[in-house]
Write a protein that binds this ligand. Structure first.
Ligand code: ADP
Ligand code: 5SP
Length: 534
């Protein structure tokens, strides 16, 4: 008999990814479907549609279903033995939402194994373009929610975050207010993660506590929906969301569709799916004191914390691997796509050339600093490209190599400054665990290490959300017996040291960090001044 294995999925912004691991936690299969490249019929850019108001950002929900059909067919053609899969779990880009039309549960339950899933589900969604995390079109809903619960800080104290435009409660409120009929026709609202779990389960999967913390709807201390937040967003919301569950929950066994079509064992367990950042926390085996930096479509920074204090900046989420603790998260919207734009403008579209230019310039960039926000940033709220010379004078351009260093140094200085604002201190024993597509790039990691004056570690795969999902699939089988994720993964390879800080980095960057923080105040979005500038 073939030896057992576990699958971890990641429905992220630009692609669907999968990893299989064996009982020894070794990666035995890895694959992906890239939305723009492999599913050109949906005409997405970076997996998304940016609407004409430049604020609304969506992704076609059927594209995600078709990507699943495609990747399973790829696995089948490569001879992957589905019958050996004991359990699977997964992750989704956070905050995005999926709207199931009345009656869809029956279609999901009875999907014919003769057809690809996207064909059976094509009529199931009352909203065909799902709002996703890059959306920033819900300012008025955010104001209304904060007002309804007694202010921004009070909302943060209940749900872990003040109102954020991408957070699901505000997205639902927008759909309800703009199109009450569509809302009425919707029987269930899923997050991208619980939507993906539903596809495997053949029925609606619950939302887990950790990804549920990114909605402005969950009381993160009690782990129940907040009635006042639900009521402020839309009527009848509780029944449309279902009850949230612990992230390690076994939701049931795989739908017969997958046994009949691909040969999965009918006993294969589905463990609750969660957000991609929470899943990465599991994949990197983050420990208290470590700092994780994910350089994917978005850049994120996250920490494992015991006693969080929700504030007006950043997010507190329930911890996906330990129900007693929490994770703190900062999200930076201008991550890889911003780096790609500067790579295309300044390095002929080549990462090699980009890295050479970065190495050819000196640490500290001779005092030149830059802020690079092609789209409205989340941390801090600011937009546009702002360059300053060593005398803090605004300049309109930099030579190409200076531009590249200003971008990378600026991105990492912002991360350190905002992490320190959350109360995080870089200590002599601090480890930075880097992941995501750009963590393949050592030159970029060197700047990260220098700006934080801390060693940077990576794990064997940059797809830590997939790996974490596969680990969580194993953990789900034993979590009820009080076995910790740390115990389950203790034989997995340790993160490897990638780069260490250059001598003198701390002395060089200390004053620059101070200057960067002061200049940041000057570029922060101010609707009044931007009106005057027009
Ligand atoms: N060598 C490299 N240097 C810098 N960035 C890279 C490199 N290789 C890939 N990337 C970036 O990685 C990004 C994808 O990262 P990934 O973590 O897979 O994203 P997501 O999970 O959001 O789909 C791409 O947009 C690309 O810009
Ligand atoms: O909005 C957030 C976190 O709050 C993003 O980090 C999304 O979760 C998207 O993830 P990627 O596809 O960029 O990994």
């Amino acid at each position: 008999m073939a030896s057992p294995c576990y699958l971890g999925w990641d429905f992220s912004t630009q692609q669907l990814k999968v990893i299989a691991i064996d009982e020894q936690l070794r990666v035995i299969y890895e694959d992906n479907v890239h939305f723009d490249k492999d599913l050109p019929e949906f005409k997405t850019q970076g997996g998304v549609y940016i609407h004409s108001d430049r604020l609304t950002v969506t992704s076609p929900v059927l594209m995600w279903v078709k990507a699943l059909d495609m990747i399973l067919e790829k696995m089948k053609s490569s001879g992957f033995n589905f019958s050996q899969v004991r359990a699977l779990s997964g992750a989704g880009q956070q905050h995005g939402s999926v709207y199931w039309k009345k009656g869809s549960i029956q279609i999901l339950k009875n999907a014919s194994s003769e057809l690809p899933l996207h064909q059976s589900l094509k009529g199931c969604f009352s909203v065909s373009n799902s709002p996703i995390w890059m959306d920033s079109s819900t300012a008025s809903q955010c104001n209304a929610l904060e007002e309804a619960v007694g202010g921004a800080q009070h909302l943060a104290s209940i749900t872990g975050s003040r109102a954020y435009e991408r957070f699901t409660g505000n997205q639902i409120a927008k759909i309800y207010s703009q199109n009450p009929e569509v809302y009425k026709q919707t029987e269930r609202i899923s997050l991208v993660s619980s939507f993906a779990a539903s596809l495997f389960l053949g029925t609606y999967a619950p939302i887990d506590y950790s990804d549920g913390s990114g909605m402005n709807l969950l009381q993160i201390w009690e782990k129940v929906w907040s009635k006042s937040c639900l009521d402020a967003c839309a009527p009848g919301l509780e029944e449309r969301l279902g009850c949230p569950v612990p992230s390690h929950s076994v939701l049931g066994t795989i739908s017969p569709y997958y046994s009949q079509r691909y040969g999965f064992s009918p006993d294969c367990k589905i463990v609750a799916f969660t957000g991609d950042n929470p899943a990465s926390l599991a994949g990197m085996r983050l420990q208290e004191g470590d700092i994780a930096i994910s350089l994917g479509t978005s850049d994120t920074l996250f920490l494992w914390i015991q006693e969080p204090t929700p504030a007006l900046e950043g997010h507190i989420l329930c911890n996906p691997v330990d129900s007693q603790t929490y994770m703190a998260l900062l999200c930076f919207k201008n991550g890889s796509l911003m780096r790609e734009r500067i790579r295309d403008d300044c390095a002929s579209g080549s990462w090699d050339e980009f890295s050479k230019a970065l190495s050819s310039t000196v640490a500290g960039n001779n005092g030149n600093l830059g802020f690079y926000f092609d789209v409205m940033e989340i941390t801090p709220e600011a937009v546009g490209i702002h360059r300053f010379n060593r005398d803090n004078q605004k300049v309109s351009g930099f030579p190409k190599e200076v531009e590249i260093r200003a971008l990378i140094e600026g991105q990492f200085m912002a991360k350190r400054i905002h992490a320190e604002k959350l109360g995080y201190k870089v200590l002599p024993k601090t480890r930075i665990l880097a992941t995501g597509g750009a963590s393949h790039n050592k030159t970029i990691l060197q700047v990260l290490s220098d700006v934080f004056n801390a060693p940077v570690y990576t794990i064997d795969t940059a797809n830590s959300a997939c790996l974490g999902s596969a680990y969580r699939a194993i953990h789900g089988l034993v979590a009820e017996r009080n076995v910790s994720l740390a115990d389950v993964v203790k034989s997995a390879p340790e993160p490897r040291l990638a780069v260490t800080p250059t001598a003198g980095a701390e002395e060089l960057y200390r004053p620059l960090l101070k200057r960067y923080a002061e200049l940041e105040q000057k570029v922060i979005y101010n609707p009044t001044s931007s009106c005057l500038a027009k």
